[in-house]
Ligand binder design. Structure first.
Ligand SMILES: [Zn+2]
Length: 326
């Protein structure tokens, strides 16, 4: 069963998390493989999307935010778009759009950053929007400080966390067909008086905290193979046997990471209304019905001419874009 574990390092300003997605990740892959229009993802896409899904779960669990965390990569290679959405209850879904051939040994840059134009976006979309409120979005490139292409998603996201939260973060990610897993280690801000002056002030600067640096080095030594095959207790014991860990009750089962798609007939109907009546009619004239498949879960929604007429005639239904006022 999929699981997420949080822990603190006693007495030092460092916290950590491990996620292991098994059934939730298998469900995402199964649904894609069952989609006759697309077929299964190529191997390198499975690996990247799995790492993104694990990272999305870690990032959602790491913030206090009532809304969806959406992790996207806009690629300039054969992988055009990869999307992971994680809800506060760790319900998650993922999809990717592939155009053309993907080499079996394609690296991250060959997949999404051929000409250094690939981008990674992190969006926080509040569940209950205030009037006029827009989702927060941060965007980072897929290259490092010297414009060198990054070949690990973990490094890309470490840059993002450093930029957005001003906190040192180490992320180790790995995925195969059975498991998508990740380890996150983060320096916690030094609180209170110690921030004000003296030698402690330096410890709150990026890259300067010795405890964090020691623990981050241990975390970075975790291999892909270990992360994918070892259970959480064994990983923590092997990496941090000299540290004192305070562990929280793991999130698993219904309260843990699980596959969940937020699509609905109502949402698809709103999308069709957004197309406008003329466009909807021209699709109906051409095909006899409007058929929309959910890219995340594969569910098919069909609207015949009667359904479509109801969409545009229904009284009391808010017009598209007006939902923010309700
Ligand atoms: Zn769906």
């Amino acid at each position: 069963m999929s699981e997420l574990h949080k822990f603190l390092f006693d007495g030092v300003p460092v916290r950590g998390m491990i996620v292991r997605l098994t059934d939730a990740w298998a469900e995402i892959l199964r649904r894609r493989a069952a989609n006759s229009a697309t077929g299964a993802y190529p191997g390198p896409v499975r690996e990247l999307l799995g790492e993104m899904t694990a990272a999305g779960a870690l990032m959602q669990a790491n913030i206090k935010f009532d809304g969806a965390l959406i992790l996207q990569i806009f690629g300039d290679g054969p992988l055009k778009l990869a999307v992971v959405e994680v809800q506060p209850d760790l319900g998650l879904r993922a999809t990717a759009t592939v155009v053309g051939e993907v080499a079996a040994d394609a690296t991250l840059s060959r997949l999404v950053n051929v000409t250094n134009h690939g981008r990674c976006a992190i969006t926080l979309d509040p569940l209950r929007k205030l009037p006029g409120q827009r989702p927060y979005q941060g965007v980072v490139p897929l290259f490092g400080d010297r414009h060198e292409k990054l070949e690990k998603l973990g490094e890309v996201l470490q840059h993002y966390m450093l930029q957005s939260e001003q906190l040192d973060t180490t992320l180790v990610l790995a995925a195969n067909d059975a498991v998508a897993a990740g380890l996150l280690i983060q320096r916690m801000p030094v609180k209170g008086e110690s921030n004000l002056a003296g030698e402690h002030a330096n410890e709150d600067e990026i890259g300067r905290n010795e405890d964090y640096n020691r623990i981050a080095t241990l975390a970075a030594s975790l291999t892909r193979e270990e992360l994918l095959t070892l259970d959480v207790d064994t990983i923590l014991r092997r990496l941090f046997w000299q540290e004192k860990l305070l562990r929280f009750e793991p999130r698993t089962g219904a309260g843990g990471p699980h596959f969940a798609c937020t699509c609905s007939r109502e949402r698809v109907g709103n999308m069709i209304r957004g197309l406008g009546q003329d466009e909807a009619h021209s699709i109906l004239d051409e095909r006899g019905e409007i058929e929309v498949g959910c890219e995340f879960c594969g569910r098919q929604y069909r609207f015949d001419p009667v359904d479509a007429a109801q969409l545009f005639a229904a009284p009391g239904v808010p017009a598209p874009g007006s939902s923010a006022r309700h």
